[in-house]
Design a protein around this ligand. Sequence first.
Ligand code: ZN
Length: 298
Amino acid sequence: MIVGIETGGTKVVCGAVDEARPRELVDEVRFPTTTPEETIGRINAFVADVEQRGEVRALGVASFGPVNVEPGAARYGYVTGTPKQGWSHTDLLGGIALAARVPTVMLADVGSAAVGEQRWGAGAGLDRVAYATIGTGIGVGLVVGGRLLHGNGYPELGHILVRKHPDDDFEGVCPFHGDCLEGLASGPAVLARWGADASSFSDDVRDARLDVLAFYLAQLAATTSYAVGVQRFVLGGGVMSSPGLLDAVRRRLPQVSGGPGAGHADSLDADDFLVAPGLGGHSGLLGAVVAALDLLER
Ligand SMILES: [Zn+2]
């Protein structure tokens, strides 16, 4: 058995798979993320339950961030300076008893989702895949050359500086930059600007508002493509569940990427390049499972 754990800012998803059929979750448990003690206790209880039924051979953990993902670092496996109450400088991996007993890998949640989508989801068969979550924050995971490109503090593409939409005079909500991408297009930015979440816009304003968000998200996709030449850009997260937003980003991409000759992004078919997650809500959890399986194959 392989165990995957995804600790999100609001909920934890624990899963287990059989190595013979690794894409199929044989067990899945969800619970809210509360205090570190209680949350880690419930993770350990899940693991104990799985171990009653079979030997666990590897563990993958994907966590909300910021998290230390550099093996060998003194604080490897720690959630570091997070605004989430009570979680700053929590030794998450050290609290999971199984981690001391089997090969274990720790990933940032968005990196794990990129791994899951690249291996089994919307980017399967491709070499360079990005996964972006557009939600409470904006984060991007990158798989390049079949490997996750990550370290402490990067990639941090959610904070790229973007050109402002001509109809948008919102000053942004990022505490560091104001009107960076996250400051303009994250869930809190949508709520602060319009007083409604992106799935609740009324018909008379929806198209105009989605176009503002799409203008920024298309710039993220183009910039990422220019930097590492991703072949597919997967867009997930709560804001993306707004009906029509994915198509709006597709419409904006050719214009934002500048037409022929302006780089990799201009040669892409927007409908093929910009896609929804292929693994639904399981990208992060299955990415943790993939990374754990990879440990055993090394
Ligand atoms: Zn920022």
